[in-house]
Write a protein that binds this ligand. Sequence first.
Ligand code: B1M
Length: 210
Amino acid sequence: MAILDDLSELLQKGKVKNVVALVTQALEEGISPADILNEGLLKGMGEVGVKFKNNQVYVPEVLIAARALNKGLEVLKPRLVEAGTKPVGKVVIGTVQGDLHDIGKNLVSMMMVGAGLEVVDLGVDVSAEKFVAAVREHKPNIVAMSALLTTTMGHQGDVIEALKAEGLREQVKVMVGGAPVTDSFARQIGADAYTPDAATAAEKARELVC
Ligand code: B1M
């Protein structure tokens, strides 16, 4: 669809105003939020990722594209998050220590809210101590962790070990995800669930609490 191709192109150039306008227009034209997300916003970010890997663009370009993606997501959010009734469970979510990537985590968070869960978002660069403190404070059903770097994914295991050391592991289910994370890695560190994307993360979270 031409409008989604334009959206992908403008996102790659970091054109925030145009991205916001096109997401709004696409919604008005009746294009589904899932298509706008996958065929427009995430397709554009995927292209940026490939160019980044090939040294065709650098951190500043990636950052402005990420900002445009986040602004586009803000417009989509009300459509991804249905008006909730009473939450079916509570999730504490964060990107692990040393990792500043938050787009995937934000998407998981939105989808979980849309699936009827209350979400406490701890942000990025969250240490094991902070996850433990949040479990004590918020008493969630689920701890959900995102990691985008091969150098930080191991911290998901550190959080599980910290929960065990504090006697809290049995009180929560642990979900992990992020581009380098796999099902076998999740099993290796003792997580309860791995899901590859935000939509399945929300489905799995519901399954774990219901
Ligand atoms: Co970075 N970065 N980055 N980056 N960045 C990657 C991840 C990389 C793959 C790029 C590349 O080389 N091709 C690479 C990692 C290589 C590796 O470790 N194997 C990389 C690198 C190297 C770095 C730096 C080290 C670069 C540098 O400084 N030299 C640096 C590290 C900074 C740090 O974190 N300490 C860095 C910095 C950055 C920016 C700050 C510039 C920016 C982040 C901005 C932000 O997040 N606000 C950035 C970006 C944007 C990317 C890419 C291009 C896009 C990531 C993204 O947002 N994708 C990325 C390349 C790529 O992924 N193609 C790259 C869209 C998002 C929706 O997808 O987050 O994967 P994702 O989430 C998915 C799934 O993974 C899943 O659901 C989402 C889809 O529905 N998911 C979960 C995520 N969390 C989940 C949790 C779950 C379940 C599913 O359950 C709990």
